[in-house]
Design a protein around this ligand. Structure first.
Ligand code: CP
Length: 310
């Protein structure tokens, strides 16, 4: 199959294993393109993409924007903080006004879970979810799994632990779906208060002891504590969290094997990982960012193909 089974990228939950392998194979080709002296291809010429960010972003926003430019798309950039949303305009009115300008695809980050699904049911454009609240962040999970495949040759059979604030993380849920569809074993690790009760029902292992989790895994994906989403205190102090769940070089060196460190960013250096871990040879954090462009080019290209065939 050279077509996705979905018309929008709303979450990894909707994708099948073939979709993920197709995105990876397409990203392999685009990775070659972006390493050439001439990094641009005409694949999305005459396609207009609106990047709608109702929540802050550095990596995802810039990565989609450069991916669209590399594919020769026309681009509209929208940030809620400087828009008429601040005057009370609704999501659907905002998007319909943007679509009246003849937009074909929408990349949207929104604080509310389900916002991308809502758009896909109410407007006539291809929707890419760039993160909806604590629900899903599909392009992040795809670039994470792609980076594991790049490092190890395949994702199947790998043991991946996701450490930290699982409760407030869209990256965790999308990673769990993506890694399991590709045949990896997944564990979550953190304080009980930051691990949702339902998580074991998804077939993941749960571990509260960081050292045991690191001894079990091949790869540790370290998450940021999302203080901006925390309405109550989930642990006594940041100092205690760092003591129990922060990874430093001494801990890595004490393991009887070399594990790979990942992080979706933004990093809180000195909290979930120290600088000597983030910047070490065991870290593939900047490879993840580099791979994000090729993965997002693949997503845009494959969904744009569906505009033409639908
Ligand atoms: N990983 C990620 O989503 O980062 P941004 O919030 O900077 O986009």
């Amino acid at each position: 199959m050279n077509q996705l089974s979905v018309d929008h990228l709303l979450g990894i939950k909707d994708l099948n294993e073939n979709d993920i392998h197709l995105i990876f194979k397409t990203a392999d080709n685009f990775k070659d393109v972006i390493n050439r002296p001439i990094k641009k291809v005409p694949s999305l010429r005459d396609i207009t993409v609106a990047n709608l960010f109702f929540e802050n972003s550095t990596r995802t926003k810039l990565s989609f924007e450069i991916a669209e430019k590399r594919l020769s798309a026309d681009i509209l950039n929208f940030a809620a903080s400087s828009s008429s949303v601040t005057k009370g305009e609704t999501l659907i009115d905002t998007v319909n006004n943007i679509l009246a300008m003849k937009v074909d695809m929408v990349v949207m980050r929104h604080p509310n879970p389900g916002a991308a699904v809502f758009l896909s049911k109410n407007i006539n454009a291809k929707i890419i979810n760039a993160g909806d609240g604590a629900h899903e962040h599909p392009s992040q999970a795809l670039l994470d799994a792609y980076s594991i495949r790049e490092k190890y040759g395949e994702v199947a059979g790998k043991k991946v632990v996701i450490v930290g604030d699982i409760l407030h993380s869209r990256v965790a849920l999308s990673n769990i779906f993506c890694l399991q569809k590709l045949g990896a074993e997944v564990m979550v690790c953190g304080p009980t208060t930051l691990i949702p009760k339902y998580i074991a029902a998804l077939g993941v292992k749960v571990e509260n002891n960081l050292i045991k989790a690191l001894q079990w895994c091949d790869i540790a994906n370290m998450l940021r504590i999302q203080l901006e989403r925390q309405d109550i205190k989930y642990f006594p102090s940041l100092r205690e969290y760092i003591m129990l769940y922060g990874v430093n070089k001494k801990i890595l060196d004490s393991l009887d094997k070399e594990i790979t460190i990942m992080h979706p960013g933004p990093i809180n250096r000195g909290v979930e990982i120290t600088s000597d871990v983030a910047d070490s040879g065991q870290s593939i954090i900047l490879n993840q960012v580099e791979n994000g462009v090729a993965i997002r080019m693949a997503i845009l290209y494959l969904l744009a193909g569906k505009i033409i065939t639908n």
